[in-house]
Design a protein around this ligand. Structure first.
Ligand code: PGA
Length: 255
């Protein structure tokens, strides 16, 4: 596999953290530290912080993403935000199917697919999350499970639109727990995801898709994880809230 065929992507997933004022401050801290990045740098912030993030990143190499979007364009969906609303603001990316959405907010493979299609239709780039629970890993079904999640999520996504999809492999047991997958474990599943994409779209398309690892990636372990042939970047939670840690990961991905 040739990593030069696809961009390295480091995305911060801020989750439910930071006010608009804190967003401006954190981005202003991150900006000078990542100015020389040779990878794509994205910050995925809460909905209410998107305006502040877009203002603070204006003219910089940092791109802005949301953490979810609804699959309908508009309507009676109290509390939801649609893909066209995000696109109209100038937001470029959206995380879809994060395990916290799946676990706490009833997200299913089918709604992940619907949201993915809606986001792509609005011109957003999608960071599509897949990953197994600990019991599933112990049962030995990780590869089958992420293949199935990937296939359902991508149902109806054209080969052309696949170029707007980044896949994030996030083992649920590694998220926010400090338990990182080993670099070999991460690579094995990222490789399995790429093989699934190859099955669906062919090898050339699969070689061009960026597959991130996420789950307690931090300044200390990023180098090793990102050196693996099929790990093309990271989706970073906790460590993305500290400018210097996030920048260290960006530097590791820029090598
Ligand atoms: P973490 O979160 O880096 O805090 O484990 C990753 C994620 O949930 O995207």
């Amino acid at each position: 596999m040739n990593k030069t065929l696809r961009p390295a992507v480091i995305a911060g997933n801020w989750k439910m953290n930071k006010t608009p004022a804190e967003t401006t401050a954190l981005i202003n801290e991150i900006k000078p530290l990542v100015v020389d990045a040779k990878c794509d740098v994205i910050v995925c912030v809460p909905f209410v912080d998107l305006s502040a993030a877009l203002d603070a990143t204006c003219g910089s190499n940092i791109k802005v993403g949301a953490q979810n979007c609804h699959f309908e364009k508009s309507g009676a969906y109290t509390g939801e935000i649609s893909a066209p609303m995000l696109a109209d603001m100038g937001v470029g990316y959206v995380i879809i199917g994060h395990s916290e959405r799946r676990t706490y907010f009833g997200e299913t493979d089918v709604t992940v697919n619907k949201r993915t299609l809606a986001a792509l239709e609005s011109g957003l780039k999608v960071i599509l999350c897949v990953g197994e629970y600990l019991e599933q890993r112990e049962q030995g079904i990780t590869s089958e499970l992420v293949a199935m999640q990937t296939k359902i999520a991508l149902q109806g996504v054209s080969a052309e639109n696949l170029k707007n999809v980044i896949i994030a492999y996030e083992p649920v047991w590694a998220i926010g727990t400090g338990k990182t997958a080993t670099a070999d474990q991460a690579n094995e599943v990222c490789e399995a995801i790429r093989a699934t994409v190859a099955e669906l779209y062919g090898k050339t398309a699969a070689d061009s898709v960026s597959v991130q690892y996420g789950g307690s990636m931090n300044a200390a372990n990023a180098d090793e994880l990102l050196s693996k042939p099929d790990v093309d970047g990271g989706l970073i939670g906790g460590a993305s809230l500290k400018a210097t840690d996030f920048a260290t990961i960006v530097t590791a991905a820029s090598k």
